[in-house]
Design a protein around this ligand. Structure first.
Ligand SMILES: [Zn+2]
Length: 90
């Protein structure tokens, strides 16, 4: 899946900077965008809900298969330091 296709399925998408977006999480009642989307250097899509939803929950709400869309669904456990932390300022 291309990141553009993923973003098209999400609500409230905002680009924070090139290759990084926030959106409303589809897996919980998200009024303040807590889903972070980032494009890794190798083209991998990184997804993280700061409310704690799992990648599987988010993908199932979006109707996509984590294993098809994300080469490494366990990226958060394997590469914790590579995921960019979004600043929580307004
Ligand atoms: Zn969530």
């Amino acid at each position: 899946m291309r990141v553009e296709e993923l973003l098209a399925r999400l609500k409230g998408v905002k680009e924070r900077k090139p290759g990084q977006w926030t959106a409303r999480c589809p897996a919980h009642n998200d009024t303040n965008p807590s889903l972070s989307i980032a494009l890794a250097d190798d083209g991998e899509i990184l997804l993280k809900c700061f409310a704690g939803c799992s990648l599987e929950e988010i993908c199932s709400k979006l109707g996509i298969e984590p294993k098809d869309s994300f080469p490494n669904p366990n990226w958060s456990r394997k590469r914790p330091s590579t995921f960019p932390r979004l600043p929580l300022r307004r």
